[in-house]
Design a protein. Structure first.
Length: 187
């Protein structure tokens, strides 16, 4: 439902009537990525983290396809959007993407980083908040397929995702404290 509603709103919107395939792909992948951001923290609360990790990688891939499709649609506009003179919504997307790379890298390097498990969880949660806030903000500020009812859906998904981050952080921290100090899974 978190994915189906916004995706249906986006791909059936009048803004995509007669649009190029690249714009449809950009819209669909951006919508899927924004929707998945709301689900991510909810998956992190569970004991099995693999679904969370897999979805994080999928979100990153969706964002990269989204950006690639925008370059196919209009390389000049895409480069302008990435410049310091680009619109605020584009800078939000750029910073969200950089933070997403950080979140995914932290997830992949979790056991190899020379930081405590508590510091890792805090940094991961902080970057997740940045990704969700700026990613949803970018989607809301971008005129197009998710205007009107789509904006309300995006804001709801953003709220769910943002509330899910501290809930996941508290749950995982509590679990880590309950494990024995010598337990390697405590990190």
């Amino acid at each position: 439902m978190a994915v189906a509603v916004p995706l249906t709103l986006a791909v059936t919107d009048r803004h995509l009537a007669g649009a190029s395939a690249a714009l449809v792909v950009a819209t669909a992948t951006g919508t899927l990525a924004a929707s998945a951001l709301a689900v991510q923290p909810l998956l992190a609360r569970r004991r099995r983290i693999t679904r969370h990790q897999i979805l994080g990688s999928i979100v990153l891939a969706l964002v990269l396809v989204h950006v690639g499709a925008l370059f196919v649609e209009s390389p000049e506009d895409a480069w302008f959007a990435l410049s310091p003179d680009g619109p605020t919504r584009a800078r939000m997307a750029l910073f969200a993407t950089l933070a997403l790379f950080g979140v995914v890298a932290l997830g992949a390097l979790r056991t190899r980083l020379p930081i405590s498990a508590a510091a890792w969880r805090l940094l991961h949660a902080y970057l997740a908040v940045v990704v969700i806030t700026l990613g949803i903000g970018h989607a809301v500020l971008t005129d197009g397929a998710l205007d009107d009812a789509g904006t309300a859906v995006l804001l709801l998904l953003g709220a769910v995702g943002l509330l899910g981050v501290p809930a996941a952080h508290v749950t995982r921290s509590r679990r880590a404290r309950q494990r024995a100090p010598g337990d390697p899974s405590a990190s």
